[in-house]
Structure formats: structure tokens, C-alpha cells
Design a protein. Structure first.
Ligand code: NI
Length: 167
């Protein structure tokens, strides 16, 4: 297992649009395992390949308490259902910031596994929120984009200050 380096906002690489995966198999399965391991170590409940500077359409999520419900979704396509509901979100690329975001309450997910098998399932609650958040990353979009520009600029300044202090 390898713990991968997570990019932090406002790193412009987080704005890259990911391309569809075409090569499935052992190498992708290894990357999926590394993505999950990196997410658990952070610790977090979701991580997109974009966040570790790999610009292919792969996300890892596990919203269980005991790390026993891992999903690695490749080329995910979402269908949104139901009303919008507001949930407080955070992001491993925006450390220490939590803000409410409105998203669809239920989704249908079509994707492939890293081995290339087609899967489809429905999700609601935190899992639905998390998958929508991670799929945004693949488009180069961050949860702070849903906030006011004033709030976003405050967050950017705060994180840039923290990054300078660490450097
Ligand atoms: Ni995120």
C-alpha cells in the first residue's frame, strides 16, 4: 500500500477535469487500494483521484464507521433523484473547513469496478452526499464553489496562510 499525497485548495491541479479510464485490471486495482488507504489514513470518507493528482475518473468512498463498506468507483455516472437537502461537508483538500451544501437526497450510480465489471446501485443519506461530492472533484469542482465568493476568498486566504506557515 502507498499513502498518496493529497493536493490542497487553492492548488490549480484540483481544477483539472479527469478523463475516462480505459485500462482496467491489476494496476487500477492497486491504485484503487492506495486511494482507499490514503483516504482512511487522512482520515476521510471520500477521495477522488483528482485530489492525488491523477486525472482519471476514479473515486473511493466509505462512509461506514468501521471501514467495512469500501467502494472504488470507476467512470461513475450519477442520476439524481428527490429533493435537495443540505448537509455540512468537509474535504481532505480543504482541511478544517466545514460548510453546508445542498445536494440531491438520492442518487443512482452506474460505474465500473477497477477490474472492469459494471455495477449499479442506489444510495441516499451520507453515501449519496459523499459520492456527489467526489464526482464533482472529477469535474475540477470543489464544495467551496457552492459558497459565496466572499466566503470562498476567506477560506482561500486562511488555507494559504496555513500552507505558508507549514512551509
Ligand atoms: Ni473533497
Amino acid at each position: 500500500m502507498t499513502i498518496l499525497n493529497i493536493l490542497h485548495y487553492p492548488d490549480q491541479r484540483l481544477r483539472t477535469k479527469a478523463v475516462p479510464v480505459t485500462d482496467f485490471g491489476p494496476e487500477l486495482e492497486q491504485f484503487g487500494a492506495d486511494l482507499l488507504e490514503t483516504m482512511y489514513a487522512a482520515p476521510g470518507i471520500g477521495l477522488a483521484a483528482t485530489q492525488v493528482d491523477v486525472h482519471q475518473r476514479i473515486i473511493a468512498v466509505d462512509v461506514s464507521e468501521n471501514h467495512d463498506d469500501p467502494h472504488v468507483l470507476v467512470n461513475p455516472v450519477l442520476t439524481l433523484h428527490g429533493e435537495l437537502q443540505e448537509t455540512e461537508e468537509g474535504c481532505l483538500s480543504v482541511p478544517g473547513i466545514y460548510e453546508p451544501v445542498r445536494r440531491a437526497e438520492r442518487i443512482t450510480v452506474a460505474a465500473r469496478t477497477p477490474a472492469g465489471d459494471e455495477i449499479s446501485f442506489e444510495a441516499d443519506g451520507l453515501l449519496a452526499v459523499c459520492i456527489q461530492h467526489e464526482c464533482d472533484h472529477l469535474e475540477g469542482k470543489l464544495f467551496v464553489d457552492y459558497l459565496s465568493s466572499l466566503k470562498r476568498s476567506r477560506i482561500r486566504k486562511k488555507l494559504q496562510k496555513q500552507q505558508k506557515q507549514r512551509a
